[in-house]
Design a protein around this ligand. Sequence first.
Ligand SMILES: Cc1cc2nc3c(=O)[nH]c(=O)nc-3n(C[C@H](O)[C@H](O)[C@H](O)COP(=O)(O)OP(=O)(O)OC[C@H]3O[C@@H](n4cnc5c(N)ncnc54)[C@H](O)[C@@H]3O)c2cc1C
Length: 442
Amino acid sequence: MRVAVVGGGMSGLAAAYELASGGAAVVVLEGSDRIGGKLKLGSVGDLTLDLGAESILARRPEGLDLVHAVGLDDRVVHPRTISASIWTHGALRPMPPTVMGVPADVDALRASGIAEVDPRVVPVPDDDVSVAEFVTDRLGRDVLDRLVEPLLGGVYAGHTDALSLHATTPQVAALGPDLLAGAASARSAAESTGPVFAGLVGGVGQLPAAVAATPGIDVRLESTVRAVTRTADGWRLSVGPTTDVEHLDVDAVVVAAPAPAAARLIAEDAPEAAFALAAIDYASMAIVTYVLDEPPAFEGSGFLVPPVDGTFIKAATVSSSKWGWVADSGRTVVRASVGRAGEATLLQHDDGDIAARALADLRTAFGGLPEPLDWAVQRWGGGLPQYDVGHLDRVEIVERSVAAVPDLEVCGAAYRGVGIPAVIASGRAAARRILDAGTIES
Ligand SMILES: Cc1cc2nc3c(=O)[nH]c(=O)nc-3n(C[C@H](O)[C@H](O)[C@H](O)COP(=O)(O)OP(=O)(O)OC[C@H]3O[C@@H](n4cnc5c(N)ncnc54)[C@H](O)[C@@H]3O)c2cc1C
């Protein structure tokens, strides 16, 4: 019996892995010419580097569990440093300890010169509110602008005045009415729990191919799914160019494509879900990777920039300080990210212009940087879904509506977490529901 997975990003591949492990024959239909979605390796100069996602949260098990399951254990590494700075008030300032930007040590915050805190004890509301409203009411605008905003900008490429407290920072809501006291105790609890992030020697972009090599998974590239139609005993997928559509009959379907495509594909069978999915916005961004022959005069893994400071870049990572395997190349590698929700016009500049503007910011921040040996601009149109206020209600509507349709599932970054472990969990859970429904004969 066969299951089709629409989309060969990390969520779709995780779903395929779970289905194949459960005995199903799986066809992964990927619209582009490569698998991996937001995980991608590419060449810059003489190096092969991650041009998209580059680290896996190690505090959740699902990412490293899959790494282990597909035999990449011996490549797991942890960052040599995760000490980040904030570039603000004209200097790179080491970031004091925080819980998603909420200061966990007020003295360290004051010493950093990053932001003034204006604390107030305010009860936590039951209803969802924006992160901006929640934080400003309790800590003042400066902490929001110079700590929380850049941190959330780094994860979601969004704006805190739209982002949902419940969906993006439940750990902040859980700190209680006195955010500073809550953050101080959450920090001491977190200190003993091991490395926060992991990577792979050679890049996390190796994970998709390793998962796709699982026996029982058949990957078809350049196979855009145009329609998913219910038949008497399963599903018919219309695949390929509109001028030459092929049909594929399967018993079950997992739609692992981003929200706009998922909405179109399930509109007929799960209209409420499609409607809710169509309301999810995406932010576009670009990653600019520079290879240089000399390091910047800077200690640490990188820095974030508060949007109020009006710079072109929103963050930078010194990959050769962060990852030992990059440092072993003997080169310096710096990656800068550009673009947030609503700033798509930034990406209308050509690659050379984006690279030059980002480099100018890096030079100002680091106080100089040599001419790069090479650089690459990787655009991520529709890179990250925006979990706006009310997101979890929308996801519940999607889940309820899809659950009412037998042998149809959805998964991916649009639902309950954008990070690699979260999308893997989403894919595997979707697959498990299909296997547990029992229509599949092994
Ligand atoms: C620049 C950037 C950096 C990031 N860095 C990190 C990081 O360091 N760590 C981390 O944990 N997370 C990171 N993330 C987030 C994370 O990588 C993504 O949220 C996650 O990989 C998304 O996986 P997905 O399977 O949901 O979607 P995608 O990766 O978007 O995959 C969806 C796939 O579906 C395909 N598709 C779409 N429509 C169709 C169709 N009709 N038919 C067939 N195929 C279709 C697409 O071509 C794509 O391959 C980053 C994201 C970005 C954009």
